[in-house]
Ligand binder design. Structure first.
Ligand code: RIB
Length: 302
């Protein structure tokens, strides 16, 4: 690996999130009353890149925005987080990705995404971007861009000796062509249940799901929010990490903060077990912060 290469390269989604606070999520045919709203720069890929950079990793992102105000805001957010955004391309005809997230007073949320320009990223351009910036120690992927991009990039990164992390969110059927290139698969309770096709409520279920999702070359982490997480390594060793008790303000982006922190810690040389524990602590802290506090908190102190 040459001296220009990055610790972490994230390829994936950028969304401008519209965050709405409401007493509860609306049911079908209901108009629910909200109390406030705000823009937030999001997209699982962008969030993970920001977190990796804030945790001290040299980070770059590969993605595609639209030629619009949302795109400009997303680029500015990467600059602010010190993420190299030289490989974010601009689509001339399709608008930037966006989401609407409704946050309940409990801290839980429901969201809808409109992928827009994220779907216009091209597999060979993404691979060219990886080469142009000199590759990285770790590649992070999610399921908010078309699968051929994930397959092409995972194959290239693995061939060059990088560790490939796939956050299979949102869950969708995945080709073995992709899964065979993944070193660390990270899923939450819902994604684990969908992919393993069993109910996942607790750590015992997570262990069963992980056993179905692991492979000869693949470790699996199943995150269960406040119920902790389970790591099953390809050699069969299993570690559970209990979540620290915190007052939850918002779980929005919690999984992304976990993955960004995990990657940054691995890039610094930590074992998978140590990085997992660290990322779990960080994600716990993250959900206890308001959106404003999240932007300014010194995460390196955690
Ligand atoms: O994980 C949270 C993220 O998922 C949001 O920022 C939203 O844009 C969706 O991609």
């Amino acid at each position: 690996m040459n001296s220009q290469s990055y610790d972490v390269i994230v390829c994936g989604s950028l969304h401008l999130d519209i965050m709405v606070k409401a007493q509860h999520l609306p049911r079908s045919d209901e108009t629910a009353i909200g109390s406030e709203w705000a823009y937030k720069c999001g997209g699982k890929g962008r969030n993970q890149a920001e977190m990796a950079a804030r945790m001290g990793a040299r980070t770059a992102m590969i993605g595609r925005i639209g030629n619009d105000d949302f795109g400009t805001r997303l680029i500015e957010s990467l600059d602010q987080a010190r993420v190299d955004r030289s490989q974010i391309s601009v689509d001339p005809t399709t608008g930037s990705g966006m989401s609407v997230a409704i946050l309940e007073s409990s801290g839980n949320y429901g969201a809808v995404i409109v992928s827009g320009s994220n779907l216009k990223l091209d597999p060979s351009d993404a691979c060219q971007s990886w080469q142009t910036i000199g590759g990285g120690k770790l590649l992070i992927l999610q399921n908010e861009v078309p699968e051929p991009i994930n397959i092409a990039l995972a194959r290239l990164a693995r061939k060059q000796g990088a560790t490939v992390i796939l956050n299979a969110a949102p869950a969708r059927p995945m080709a073995s062509e992709l899964l065979d290139q993944i070193d660390i698969l990270v899923v939450n309770r819902v994604e684990a249940a969908m992919l393993a096709e069993i109910p996942v409520e607790n750590l015992a279920d997570a262990s069963k799901a992980a056993a179905k999702l692991t492979g000869e070359t693949r470790d699996v982490i199943v995150t269960l929010g406040g119920d902790g997480l389970l790591l099953l390594k390809r050699n069969g060793s299993e570690t559970t990490v209990l979540a620290e008790k915190v007052d939850v303000v918002s779980t929005h982006g919690a999984g992304d903060s976990f993955i960004g922190a995990l990657a940054a810690k691995l890039a610094s040389g930590a074992t998978l077990e140590a990085a997992t524990r660290h990322a779990s602590r960080l994600a716990g802290y993250f959900v206890s912060l308001s959106e404003a506090e999240k932007e300014t908190a010194n995460l390196l102190l955690r």
